[in-house]
Design a protein around this ligand. Structure first.
Ligand code: 5GP
Length: 173
């Protein structure tokens, strides 16, 4: 496993988060914002981002996983549903990375069933070329190529989440 060189540095991450938070703050002025983080991967991005957003908000989390080690299973395990009231709230779903889009599409439909006033999606990373399901994404941090990345909340086998930067994961023999 090689995690030596950052693919995205701490500084690039911080700058991008400020940019995203500025846009979100402008878009959600006067709204009833509920920021919903998708665990576990988004926990660091979520906590950095909400601290930079300058409008009132409430938070909640969903635990979802569709990955087994570095391979997607396509099967989503949804451990918790949102406990805050969704109806009539402006929901911002916050994800670490969108790959095939299967996870987000599933969560989006579940949330839309509960009739929020609005639903937008923010992802830190987007592997657009891997998309299988078309999901509308409103805020994207970085578009990245089809490489498996770890760090900044993202894992391999629940490890490396604590790296402060994003690194490309390479399996060593
Ligand atoms: P999707 O349903 O869009 O295929 O997959 C989304 C989920 O797959 C993400 O929330 C994340 O858990 C996982 N995932 C996709 N690509 C990567 C990657 O490059 N690195 C890591 N650590 N997880 C990934």
């Amino acid at each position: 496993m090689v995690v030596g060189t950052p693919f995205l540095t701490v500084e690039q991450i911080q700058n991008k988060n400020r940019e995203l938070a500025d846009r979100i703050s402008a878009d959600y002025r006067g709204k009833n914002l509920l920021a919903v983080g998708i665990l576990k991967g988004a926990f660091i991005f979520f906590s950095d981002l909400v601290r930079l957003i300058r409008v009132p908000l409430m938070i909640d989390f969903i635990i979802a996983s569709s990955y087994l080690k570095a391979e997607t299973s396509g099967e989503i395990k949804l451990h918790y549903s949102v406990r805050e009231e969704i109806a009539d709230r402006d929901i911002l779903l916050i994800e670490d990375i969108v790959d095939t889009g299967i996870t987000l599409n599933y969560l989006r439909e579940r949330i839309l069933n509960e009739q929020p006033r609005s639903l937008r999606i923010c992802t830190f990373l987007d592997k657009k070329e891997r998309r299988e399901v078309d999901v509308p994404i409103d805020y994207v941090g970085f578009e990245i190529p089809n490489k498996f990345v770890v760090g900044y909340g993202l894992d391999y086998d629940n490890k490396y989440r604590n790296l402060p930067y994003i690194s490309v994961f390479k399996k060593t023999a």
